[in-house]
Design a protein around this ligand. Structure first.
Ligand code: ADP
Ligand code: MG
Length: 288
């Protein structure tokens, strides 16, 4: 039989924006010592608005770069894709057809547009292949930067601005007050990661992280005796969500993340995570 106090707490959780998929993990949430947050769509809104389009090759205008980028981005539901497609629509650009589309997990995407190989990729890809790109202006410091590659050459880049969720600061504050460590893990660039981590007063961050590295970080913390919760919203976060002692998916995210997670944040509100842990502690205190 389910102890009454647990049954009640589960019902209360539903009212607090939590959907419990794994009761054991939910009950264990009171033991969490470290929470890892994915950035995009979890602590931030994922409202990615195109700020700048810069051509690095005189053969391509900025409009042309946007058009080719949209050709591949139309195949994806990622926040970056949505931002690029909104911009293209505003500019009245017709999106070209694409074929051979595929994801480069944690790095971006690739497809064929009008006979050209077009990639839209982040710093991870650029770093891995040792591709040189000019330093951006300081004003790009807190923006996500994606590079447009045409036939293996960097042709330009797009910067996108995202917003921190208004509830994130309070969520981090409550966690810290209760002695729970927090860490930001993101596939995005170093400066964006640092900016979000600093603004929210987080304990630390890791940038340019690939999906398997998110999972390895969870494992490393567990081996150091931490009881780890991980929050995420993307396909890329699934391995880390599965590895975590408590996997928490953001409700607005992908089905893959939701299917891997123990708990779903129905309203995508990070404050509900703080409530979850504090509520779990209070509930079990009552049982003893
Ligand atoms: P996060 O860890 O912040 O949730 P993701 O793992 O979703 O980020 O993406 C990591 C990085 O991969 C992005 O910052 C971007 O550089 C690149 N990327 C992912 N999806 C796309 C896309 N649709 N278009 C361009 N770049 C992308
Ligand atoms: Mg994500």
């Amino acid at each position: 039989a389910i102890p009454l106090v647990v049954a009640i707490s589960t019902a209360v959780s539903a009212n607090n924006g939590l959907l419990i998929r794994n009761r054991t993990a939910f009950e264990n949430s009171r033991n969490i010592t470290t929470i890892i947050f994915d950035k995009t769509g979890t602590l931030t809104q994922g409202s990615h608005e195109v700020a700048r389009v810069v051509s690095l090759n005189p053969a391509y205008t900025e409009q042309e770069l946007l058009r080719l980028a949209a050709g591949v981005e139309q195949n994806s539901e990622h926040y970056i894709s949505q931002g690029v497609l909104r911009k293209v629509e505003t500019e009245g650009i017709t999106i070209p057809a694409s074929s051979d589309f595929h994801y480069l997990p944690g790095k971006g995407l690739e497809g064929t547009v009008e006979g050209k190989d077009v990639k839209v990729v982040g710093p991870n890809y650029i770093k891995e292949f040792n591709i040189q790109v000019p330093e951006n202006d300081a004003e790009d410091g807190v923006e996500t930067v994606v590079y447009i590659m045409i036939d293996q050459q960097v042709a330009g880049f797009i910067t996108l601005k995202d917003q921190i969720r208004p509830e994130s600061e309070e969520a981090i504050k409550i966690l810290k007050e209760n002695g729970i460590k927090n860490l930001l893990l993101t596939g995005d660039n170093e400066r964006v990661a640092k900016s979000v981590s600093d603004k929210l007063g987080m304990d630390g961050y890791l940038a340019n992280v690939l999906p398997h590295q998110k999972q390895e970080k969870v494992k490393e913390l567990q081996q150091n005796g931490e009881f780890v919760a991980m929050t995420g919203d993307g396909v890329n976060d699934a391995p880390a969500l599965a590895q975590a002692d408590v996997g928490i998916a953001v409700g607005s995210g992908t089905d893959v993340a939701a299917e891997t997670a123990d708990i779903i944040l129905v309203n995508s509100n990070p404050q509900d995570i703080a409530s979850l842990i504090l509520f779990g502690k209070a509930t079990y205190r009552k049982m003893i």
